[in-house]
Design a protein around this ligand. Structure first.
Ligand code: KG4
Ligand code: ZN
Length: 356
C-alpha cells in the first residue's frame, strides 16, 4: 500500500510517498526559513501563504519522484487511476492557517481520487520517524520497539509519552511554557546566531566550556515529567546582556559565545536526560524513542548514548534527515493508522492542540 503524506504544520511544506509504512519512494521538503529569517521567527500569515504557493507543485513532484503518475484530465465516465492508495495529513497540532492548507489539499485529493483520508498527529509522527531508516530498511518488529518511552523534542513541542504501539501514545508530560527547540532558537537570537538557531548553538557549543556558566536546570516537582524552559531563556538573556536587560541590548564585553552556548546546551540536555530517565523508571521500561528537530543535536545524542550504556536502555533516534518536519513520517504513521482503524472523513478539522 502506498500513502501520500502531507506536512504543513509550521514552516516546512513536506510531501512524501511511502510504501508499506517504511519504503520512502519520495520525500520533498520545502523550507520557509529564508522567508521568516528576517523576522527572527515564524510569521503565521507568511507561512500559510507560502504553503499555498508550494503545495500543489510539491504534490506533483513527489508523486513523479516516486516513479508514479499524476492522473491527467479524464473523459466523462472514465475510471480514476490514483497514484497512491491513501492520503495522510498532519492535521494537529500546529499553526491553524498552515494546517488548513495541508488539510484542504489532502481532502481535495482524497475526494477527487476516492481514497481514504487519514488525519495524523504531527507529534506522534515525529515518534514514527525514528522507526524509518535512511537506507529504506523495513520496520523493526513491533515487539522489538514497544512498549517504550517516547521523547519528542522540537521547535513547537517537548513531550514524553508511553508508547505501546506505532499508533498508541499516552502523554506522560509536556512543556508548561517554551518548547526546547524554541529555547535553542531564543538563545541563538540572544547570541546573535541567526534563525533557526538550534544547529548554530550546537556548532558553537562544540568548542565551548560546558561548565562555564551555571544555568538553571528546571526539573519542577521531584516526580514531575513536565518541562519548563522559559527560566533558562531569561537566564541566558541576563547573563549575556546584564540583569533585567532588554533583548535588544548589546552583549556585555567579554561574553564568550562558545561558553554560553555550551553551558546552555548542557543545562537543557541535562533536563531532557533526567526527565527521560524518570519516565523510564516510572513505567519500568528500558526502551526509548527520540524524535523531533532537536533529536538532531549531537550533545543530546551523545548523552543519551551514555544513558543507554549506563542504564542498559535501548535508545532509538530518527535518521538525521528525518528529525525535522517531513511528509514521510506522516505517510508512515498514516499507513499504520489505516491498518488499525477507520479512516477520517471529510469533516476532519485542524487543531492547534496535540492529541490529549
Ligand atoms: O521538528 P521541527 O522541524 O519543528 C517542529 O515541529 O517544531 O524542529 C525544529 C526545531 C528548531 O527549533 C531548531 O532550532 C531545532 O529543531 N533544531 C536543533 C538542531 N537542529 C534543529 N536544536 C538543537 N540542535 C540541533 N542540532
Ligand atoms: Zn515538528
Amino acid at each position: 500500500m502506498r500513502v501520500l503524506g502531507i506536512e504543513t504544520t509550521c514552516d516546512e511544506t513536506g510531501v512524501a510517498v511511502v510504501e508499506d509504512g517504511w519504503r520512502i519512494l519520495s520525500n520533498l521538503v520545502l523550507s520557509q526559513v529564508p522567508l521568516h529569517e528576517r523576522f527572527g521567527g515564524v510569521v503565521p500569515e507568511v507561512a500559510s501563504r507560502a504553503h499555498v504557493e508550494a503545495i500543489t507543485r510539491l504534490i506533483e513532484r513527489s508523486v513523479e519522484e516516486a516513479g508514479l503518475r499524476m492522473p491527467g484530465p479524464r473523459a466523462p465516465g472514465e475510471a480514476i487511476t490514483p497514484p497512491v492508495d491513501a492520503v495522510a495529513v498532519a492535521h494537529r497540532p500546529g499553526l491553524v492557517g498552515s494546517l488548513l492548507v495541508g488539510l484542504t489539499a489532502a481532502k481535495a485529493l482524497a475526494w477527487a481520487w476516492r481514497l481514504p483520508l487519514i488525519g495524523v498527529d504531527h507529534v506522534h509522527a515525529h515518534v514514527y520517524a525514528s522507526l524509518l531508516s535512511p537506507e529504506n530498511e523495513p520496520l523493526p518488529a513491533r515487539e522489538e520497539v514497544f512498549p517504550a518511552i517516547s521523547l519528542v523534542v522540537s521547535g513547537g513541542h517537548t513531550s514524553l509519552y508511553r508508547s505501546d504501539d506505532w499508533t498508541a501514545h499516552r502523554i506522560l508530560g509536556r512543556t508548561i511554557d517554551d518548547a526546547v527547540g524554541e529555547a535553542f532558537d531564543k538563545a541563538a537570537a540572544i547570541l546573535d546566531l541567526g534563525y533557526p538557531g538550534g544547529p548554530a548553538v550546537s556548532r558553537r557549543a562544540a568548542t565551548g566550556d560546558r561548565a562555564a556558566v551555571a544555568f538553571p536546570r528546571t526539573l519542577l516537582d521531584p516526580d514531575s515529567l513536565d518541562f519548563s524552559f522559559s527560566g533558562i531563556k531569561t537566564a541566558v538573556l541576563y547573563h549575556v546582556k546584564g540583569q533585567n536587560a532588554r533583548r535588544d541590548a548589546p552583549a556585555r564585553a567579554g561574553t564568550s559565545v562558545e561558553d554560553v552556548a555550551a553551558s546552555f546546551e548542557e543545562a537543557v540536555v541535562d533536563v531532557l536526560v533526567e526527565k527521560l530517565r524518570r519516565a523510564l523508571r516510572r513505567e519500568g521500561l528500558r526502551r526509548a524513542i527520540v524524535g523531533g528537530g532537536v533529536a538532531a543535536n549531537r550533545r543530546l545524542r551523545e548523552r543519551l548514548e551514555g544513558l543507554a550504556r549506563d542504564d542498559g536502555v535501548e535508545v532509538r533516534f530518527p535518521p538525521l534527515s528525518l528529525c525535522t518536519d517531513n511528509g514521510a513520517m506522516v505517510a508512515g504513521l498514516g499507513h499504520q493508522l489505516l491498518l488499525s482503524g477507520p479512516p477520517s472523513d471529510l469533516t476532519l478539522d485542524v487543531s492547534c492542540h496535540a492529541t490529549a
